[in-house]
Design a protein around this ligand. Structure first.
Ligand code: SF4
Length: 566
């Protein structure tokens, strides 16, 4: 699509001045991931315990079916699910494998690797007692538990706009219109989105939620006042079918690697999780504060797969699934105020992730439950003001989730000056209760770290072996699909910046950092071509564009990837 000028920032593609159906509920949860579903389940149980069976809890998700847009590695600490369902195992919670063994490896650029096993394995990478899981399967399972409690769960309902009431109070959301053509005209299938109003709206949109972003940037709400900007990594994941020999050797095992292909100035690493049925979950995450304008997380993943240590594991196998997602790594200092008038933020949308241990599912579940208690108490008391919902913050501060995040509060920021400085500081953090060398580390937004393209040193890998899937082949494995005849959900606020400034200053980094080949620059240099239907909803572009010129807004219907058993 050739760009056309947009004079003002577009945050929703909905039509104006159309009549909309209205659906009032007591509690609306926007996003059917682990945090949103845990919150809904906790609220519904509390309503039932109070005998308030007529109170309504609704979960909406932009994916057609729960889990289609949900992605993680994933190794899970069980304490979150055990708090939500003490009998989680007996209920059939989907576990792919209990972790049997774990270690780390340092990949050398020349080809060798140094295994760090037993006492040499960094303690934060030890996974004894944890489980290897598929987040899609977990979310589907949680959805079934939610529906059994009478919670309504609607898939294919992307939340496009905030409904604001008196004094800016959040009163619900408007879902995305469908049937709008690329040129903005209404097709015969046009259907206006619905106004869903609620006493409390729970924002559980996952990483870089598009409505959560509006809340976090609202100066009146001041949710990020005194906080560090969030910092993200982009994670690339494939599921591989491997030979029975490798499958049997690695089933139930967890390996993390550092080193190649990153140098000592960059933050990131990889995982290899052994799944049943001769499958491996493999992935690579790189911090988006990397600074190189040609940073290409997918290319780094390819280089990592080409390392002889990894190539040996993949030889004779084939990739069967692909996905990509950003990960909020900033920790406690980057978390926003969690509540406001009529709303709360949970899960990845609020930065509940322990970057040191690479774990977030248990924290998302815990955040959902803590929010659920506060939300239920507020609704039952008939007072859903910010001061009543502040109870969520109180509960969080008294929780094991807060204690865990406080213990690694300076972790990610310590790596801003490179791996070596970060590791030294992290060592000090271990003996100072998370303080480290500096009491409170600050940070920069990832896009501010980008350096001019003239300083770029990154090279693309050669795609000359069976492990080296290109982006388009990988997108096919993600199942990504969108209605073609709709306005692009990747909105460029000022296309002239792309041509007049970005080309010279940063070399149009969108063509590199997008892991789904959405952005292309034709030889004519006339402007970016956006292949929006490839988008896997990772949100890297929304975070990483050096001018913050790209706005990711929800597409219509259930467009996006179709992650299955990932
Ligand atoms: Fe990710 Fe943006 Fe590319 Fe979509 S267009 S896959 S959100 S970087």
């Amino acid at each position: 699509m050739e760009l056309e000028a947009n004079s003002e920032r577009i945050t929703s593609l909905n039509a104006h001045d159309v009549e909309r159906d209205e659906l009032p509920v007591d509690v609306l949860v926007v996003g059917g991931g682990p945090a949103g579903l845990a919150c809904a389940i906790d609220v519904a149980r509390r309503f039932q315990e109070a005998g308030e069976n007529e109170k309504t809890v609704l979960v909406i998700d932009k994916a057609e079916e729960l889990g289609h847009h949900t992605l993680s590695g994933a190794v899970m600490k069980p304490e979150g699910i055990a708090a939500l369902f003490p009998d989680w195992r007996e209920r059939g919670f989907p576990v792919l494998a209990d972790v049997k063994d774990d270690w780390a490896e340092l990949l050398r650029p020349g080809g060798g690797s140094v295994p760090l096993k037993g006492a040499l394995c960094p303690p934060q990478l030890k996974n004894h007692g944890n489980c290897i899981v598929s987040l899609n399967q977990i979310v589907r399972w949680l959805g079934e538990q939610a529906e059994a409690l009478g919670i309504e769960v609607y898939g294919g309902f992307p939340a496009a706009e905030l409904i604001r009431g008196e004094g800016g109070r959040i009163e619900g959301v408007v879902t995305r219109d469908s049937g709008i053509a690329k040129d903005g005209s209404h097709k015969g299938t046009f259907e206006p989105g619905m106004r869903i109003t609620a006493e409390v709206t729970v924002f559980a949109e996952g990483t870089r939620g598009s409505l959560a972003k509006q809340l976090l940037r609202d100066p009146q709400l001041g949710l990020m006042e005194g906080r560090n900007p969030q910092t993200w990594g982009t994670g690339i994941k494939e599921i591989w079918e491997v030979t029975p020999m490798v499958g049997a050797e690695l089933e139930g095992k967890v390996i993390h690697t550092g080193g190649y292909p990153l140098d000592l100035n960059a933050y990131g690493g990889s995982w290899i999780y052994g799944l049943p049925g001769n499958k491996l979950s493999i992935g690579f995450v790189v911090g988006l504060d990397h600074g190189d304008a040609r940073l290409d997380p997918h290319a780094l993943f390819v280089q990592w797969k080409q390392h002889p240590r990894i190539a040996k594991l993949l030889a004779g196998g084939k990739p069967i699934r692909y996905g990509a997602k950003t990960v909020p790594e900033g920790g406690l200092h980057s978390m926003p105020k969690l509540f406001g008038e009529g709303f709360v933020l949970v899960g990845d949308s609020a930065g509940f992730l322990n970057a040191a241990t690479l774990k977030g599912i248990h924290l998302s579940l815990q955040s959902g439950m803590l929010a659920g208690q506060a939300v239920a108490e507020a609704v039952l008391a008939g007072d859903t003001s910010a001061s009543k919902l502040a109870r969520y913050d109180e509960l969080f501060r008294a929780s094991s989730a807060h204690a865990e995040l406080h213990g690694v509060r300076n972790y990610r920021q310590a790596f801003a000056k490179g791996m070596f400085a970060g590791l030294v500081d992290f060592g000090v953090q271990k003996v100072t209760g998370g303080r480290g060398l500096v009491a409170r580390r600050g940070g920069h937004a990832d896009h501010e770290c980008m350096q001019p393209v003239a300083q770029s040193r990154l090279e693309k890998p050669a795609f000359d072996d069976s492990a080296s899937m290109d982006k388009l082949s990988d997108v096919y494995l993600s199942g990504a699909i969108h209605e073609e005849d709709q306005p692009s959900h990747l909105v460029v606020a000022d296309p002239t910046i792309c041509v007049d400034r970005c080309t010279k200053e940063y070399g149009n980094p969108c063509q590199h950092f997008c892991p789904a080949a959405v952005y292309e620059w034709p030889e004519s240099n006339a402007g970016v071509v956006i292949n929006a239907s490839n988008c896997v909803h990772c949100k890297t572009c929304d975070i990483m564009d050096p001018y913050e010129n790209i706005e990711w807004v929800v597409p219509e219907g259930s467009g996006g990837p179709k992650y299955l058993d990932m």
